[in-house]
Design a protein around this ligand. Sequence first.
Ligand code: 5GP
Ligand code: ZN
Length: 111
Amino acid sequence: MSCIFCKIASKEVPSDIVYETDTVVAFRDLNPQAPVHILVIPRKHVSGIHEADGGTGLEELMLSAAEVARREEIEDAGYRLVINCGRQGGQTVDHLHVHVLGGRAMSWPPG
Ligand code: 5GP
Ligand code: ZN
């Protein structure tokens, strides 16, 4: 398995992990787009939301993203959760991940 996020989840590749459970791992993005930029992934490889199903653990993934925001103390100010899907959606790593972005005001519409 050559997936970089699988390697991060298994700690074969180092990353700054901020939160983990039996089924999810959250780590700081290598190229942060905001003061807080964390990626939350399922441990089990799923290439994207289009491949997710009832066994993927989407509820825990999203609740973990909210927990990460709470721990990073961006909950009160507000933050953004993003899932880029496919090429035009801006997905560059084909392992499902939720971006947790905060620490600054977010603009809308996104670029
Ligand atoms: P996407 O564009 O697929 O939604 O997001 C992929 C994200 O993964 C990007 O924000 C990118 O900076 C981040 N990323 C890519 N490779 C690595 C890595 O090896 N380590 C970490 N921590 N982040 C990565
Ligand atoms: Zn993977």
